[in-house]
Design a protein around this ligand. Structure first.
Ligand SMILES: [Fe+2]
Length: 462
């Protein structure tokens, strides 16, 4: 018979072992979920061999384990696992296991794989930007999005944290804070979340391709975002594309190859860099999707501030000409950065929706030219509701505000998306100042005028 002291010692040892066992402290977060693939990110508290157990029964009695490389201090115990050979439009159940022990509590999270390219369907796309400095900043927005957006996927368009550095330590601690929000953990466990960066989560404010340490930022980004791709083999960056049914997404990198905002355009000034621009054009030409969503951290519209496409009008306008001349239709432009949510019809042709802030403070704007809605108060995200079941796609845009629900809901007629119908724009409350940030390029002598003063509605910390 064992003595009480011996039993107590065994119990103590058992408890100590339990305490030492690593657990999942962040995630699981779904990244890219395609027709036959799903990527899942997580962070553990200690060294362990992770695996994803996946099946289709709620209790995972049919679960198959997909192990991955051991999590170590050198990668902050972070990892992601990509599962392939899944069936399209199918519901899956999964859990994270460490050293063979299932960690994820029941009920296990579920997700649904994407519909096949070209198949008609109904898709709801939530998107926003500017999450704030700490996880708590966007907590209410994540909770509301999880509870009531009815989204199928989420796009985060930059300023996903505000580390303002390319240093790894600063970026990782900012990501960890943002991923600790309970609402984020909840929605990320069952909806795919895709990210691109803007200046604050790439490097310092308004940083560009000249940023010291950008290669380090890229490596950190790859560890945190299980996106379908990161640039191309011969051209580094974070840009990528993916499809869902009749919608194709083109997610751009507007920082890694960017010329400085204030550079005088001698004909080489660029937002995307030649390689990425060629990739974008080639893939748009080849796209069979009815709707093509092109995401940029910086605003596309012509009346934005200096840290936007407004400082790159030659490249932007040439890209718009390329779309028109190539009869590439069904374009929806999206962006972030501005800390308000609004819509524009650029030149009466291309529709843009800028969305945010999900957690950062507002920088309200007065109505701008070509603007058809403007929501400048509170935390905000947008949703595209796209229905392609009836032949001609039906598209509407919603703005959601935690605490208020849907604060704007507007149909975007297909003719307006094609640039054949003008949307009614908002009244301009004040005459816009002459826009010094619209740098004019003179192809005759290659000289452009640089921005000379702060444009209207400019906000320093966007
Ligand atoms: Fe921001």
């Amino acid at each position: 018979m064992k003595s009480p002291i011996r039993i107590f010692s065994i119990l103590l040892l058992f408890c100590a072992n339990l305490a030492a066992s690593p657990y999942i402290e962040l995630g699981p977060m779904l990244g890219h979920v395609g027709e036959d693939t799903a990527s899942i990110w997580f962070k553990a508290t200690g060294t362990a061999t992770p695996s994803i157990v996946i099946g289709q029964r709620d209790d995972l009695s049919d679960g198959v384990s997909h192990p991955s490389a051991v999590l170590t201090p050198s990668n902050e115990f972070m990892g992601s696992i990509t599962i392939t050979d899944l069936a399209a439009e199918s519901r899956y159940v999964y859990a994270v296991a460490l050293d063979g022990r299932v960690i994820t509590p029941r009920p296990f999270p579920t997700f649904t794989t994407a519909s096949r390219l070209g198949s008609a369907g109904h898709l709801r796309i939530a998107f926003s930007s500017c999450l704030g400095g700490k996880g708590v900043d966007a907590a209410a927005a994540w909770a509301q999005m999880d509870a009531s957006s009815d989204a199928d996927l989420v796009l985060l368009l930059g300023d996903n944290h505000y580390a303002d550095t390319t240093a790894r330590d600063g970026q990782t601690s900012a990501y960890f804070s943002n991923r600790s929000s309970p609402g984020f953990r909840a929605i990320g466990s069952h909806l795919p979340i895709y990210g691109i960066w803007d200046d604050h989560d790439y490097g310092p404010n308004d940083s560009d391709g000249s940023a010291d340490g950008k290669e380090r930022s890229l490596e950190t980004f790859k560890q945190f975002w299980p996106n379908p791709a990161y640039g191309e083999v011969e051209n580094p960056g974070i840009y990528y594309k993916f499809t869902r049914g009749e919608v194709e997404f083109f997610m751009l990198d507007v920082r890694y190859h960017r010329s400085p905002d204030k550079m005088i355009d001698d004909g080489t000034k660029t937002m995307l860099g030649a390689g990425q621009l060629a990739w974008l054009k080639d893939n748009l030409k080849a796209s069979k999707a009815k709707i093509k969503i092109i995401a940029s951290g910086s605003e596309w519209q012509r009346h934005s501030h200096a840290d936007s496409w407004s400082s790159y009008p030659r490249e932007r306008d040439a890209f718009f000409d390329f779309l028109k001349e190539g009869e590439i239709t069904g374009i929806l432009l999206i962006s972030g950065d501005r800390h308000f949510t609004g819509g524009y019809q650029i030149g009466g042709e291309f529709i843009e929706v800028t969305a945010g802030p999900l957690g950062a403070r507002n920088f309200p704007t007065k109505n701008l030219p070509e603007m058809f809605f403007n929501k400048s108060e509170g935390k905000l995200y947008a949703v595209f509701d796209i229905d392609t079941t009836g032949g001609t796609p039906k598209v509407s845009v919603e703005a959601h505000r935690p605490g208020d629900g849907i604060v704007h809901n507007q149909e975007l007629p297909w003719a307006a998306i094609l640039g054949q119908q003008q949307l009614e724009t908002l009244p301009i409350e004040t005459t816009p100042e002459k826009a010094p940030y619209q740098i004019s390029f003179d192809p005759e002598n290659g000289i452009s005028k640089p921005p000379s003063e702060t444009p209207p509605n400019a906000a320093k910390e966007e």
